[in-house]
Design a protein around this ligand. Structure first.
Ligand code: SF4
Length: 355
C-alpha cells in the first residue's frame, strides 16, 4: 500500500475529510427528498450500517423546503445535491445542510456563482465538484474526442479555478466514469495537480455483483495507491448495501474495520450441514454488531478449524453436528441445529453486545 496522498482537510459538519482523516463512507438516499419521513427513515438505516455522510437530491423547491426537517433529524451530515439552479443551492445552504454538491461552471454566470460561494463560505459549508463522464463540457469532448481522463480532469480544474478565484478552498472533487480504467486514470492525473481531497466512486456501476466488482476494483486500486479521502459505492440497489460494500472494501485493504468479518468456506463434498443457511443467518444477525471480530463458519471439521485459525471464534460442521472453536482450538461440540445459536451466544459473551 502506498502512503496516503497529502490532501488538504475539509469538514462536512463535524466529519473531517482528507488531510490524514480516516477514509469516510458516504451514500445517497434514493427516497423522495420531498418526503422527510421516508428520507429520514432511510438515513437511519444508512447510519446504522456505518454511513458517515449522506447526500440527498434537491431537484426542486419542494425538496429544498423539506431540507430543514431532514437536516434536523439526521444523525449524520447531509449534503444537498444540486444541478444548475443556484436558487436551490442558496435555499439548501440556508436549510442546515453540511455541504453542497454543485458544479460552479454550470450555475450560469459569475454573479450566481459568487452568491452561492459567499453563502457557503459564510456558513462553513464545503462544496463538492462532481465531474461525471456524462457531464464533461462540449468543447472538451470535441477536443479530446470522448470523456477521457484528461477531459474529465480539465473539466474539474475549470470548476476548481472558479472557486479558487473567489478564494474558496473548502472543496472536494469527484471524477466519476462508469469505466473503471478511466476513473482510475483520471484521479491519478488529478492527484498530480491539486491537494483538494477526493471523493471516490465509479458511477452507474450496476446491479449488486457487477457493481460491487467494479466499485471494489476502481475504488480499491486508488485507495491502494493512497488516493481517496471519502468513498461512495453506487449500486442499483438499496443504498444500505452500498455502505456494506464500502466497509468491506476498506476492511479488505486494512484501512478501517467495523463489526464482524465473516470467513466462510465455499463448501465441498466433505460438508454435511446446510452451511449456506448457517452463513446467511449469522451474517444477518451480526449486522448490528459494532465490535470488530473475525468469525469463521466452515463446512467440515477436517480442515475447517485449521483453515480458519486466524478467526476469533467459529463453527465447523461435522456429521449432522458442529464444533465451536476459538483461534483454531476446539471448545465444544454442538448439535447442527444449535450451531447458529451457540456461535451467537459465544460472540455476545466475547463482545459484551446483545445479538
Ligand atoms: Fe470443504 Fe471442509 Fe474446506 Fe469447507 S472447510 S471447503 S467443507 S474441506
Amino acid at each position: 500500500m502506498a502512503p496516503a496522498r497529502k490532501s488538504r482537510q475539509i469538514k462536512v459538519g463535524p466529519v473531517t475529510v482528507g488531510g490524514g482523516a480516516p477514509v469516510r463512507v458516504q451514500s445517497m438516499c434514493n427516497t423522495d427528498t420531498r418526503d422527510p419521513a421516508a428520507t429520514l427513515g432511510q438515513i437511519g438505516q444508512l447510519f446504522a450500517a456505518g454511513c458517515e455522510i449522506v447526500r440527498v437530491a434537491v431537484p426542486d423547491e419542494r425538496a429544498a423546503e423539506a431540507l430543514p426537517a431532514i437536516c434536523a433529524g439526521s444523525p449524520i451530515p447531509v449534503i444537498a445535491d444540486i444541478h444548475f439552479d443556484y436558487r436551490l443551492a442558496l435555499a439548501a445552504a440556508r436549510s442546515g445542510v453540511s455541504g453542497l454538491r454543485i458544479n460552479p461552471g454550470n450555475i450560469g454566470g459569475k454573479a450566481k456563482v459568487r452568491a452561492v460561494v459567499e453563502e457557503a463560505a459564510s456558513r462553513g459549508l464545503p462544496i463538492r465538484i462532481g465531474v461525471n463522464s456524462g457531464s464533461v463540457e462540449k468543447d472538451l469532448l470535441e477536443h479530446y474526442g470522448r470523456p477521457s481522463p484528461e477531459a474529465m480532469v480539465e473539466s474539474a480544474l475549470r470548476h476548481l479555478e472558479i472557486l479558487d478565484k473567489l478564494s474558496f478552498r473548502d472543496v472536494k472533487i469527484s471524477l466519476k466514469s462508469s469505466d473503471i480504467l478511466d476513473t482510475v486514470a483520471a484521479y491519478r492525473l488529478l492527484a498530480t495537480k491539486t491537494d483538494v481531497p477526493f471523493h471516490l466512486g465509479v458511477t452507474e456501476a450496476g446491479p449488486l455483483i457487477p457493481g460491487t466488482v467494479k466499485s471494489a476494483l476502481g475504488i480499491g486500486l486508488l485507495l491502494f495507491e493512497g488516493i481517496g479521502d471519502t468513498i461512495r459505492v453506487s449500486l442499483t440497489r438499496d443504498p444500505v448495501d452500498e455502505v456494506r460494500v464500502a466497509w468491506d472494501i476498506l476492511r479488505a485493504l486494512h484501512l478501517r474495520a467495523r463489526g464482524a468479518e465473516i470467513i466462510s468456506c465455499p463448501t465441498c463434498g466433505r460438508c454435511q450441514v446446510d452451511l449456506f443457511g448457517v452463513v446467511e443467518e449469522v451474517e444477518q444477525r451480526l449486522r448490528p454488531l459494532k465490535a470488530i471480530i473475525r468469525v469463521a463458519i466452515m463446512g467440515c471439521v477436517v480442515n475447517g478449524p485449521g483453515e480458519a485459525r486466524e478467526a476469533d471464534v467459529g463453527v465447523a460442521g461435522g456429521k449432522k453436528t458442529g464444533i465451536l472453536f476459538k483461534k483454531g482450538k476446539v471448545v465444544r461440540k454442538v448439535a447442527e441445529e444449535d450451531m447458529v445459536s451457540a456461535l451467537l451466544a459465544e460472540i455476545a459473551t466475547m463482545t459484551g453486545e446483545r445479538l
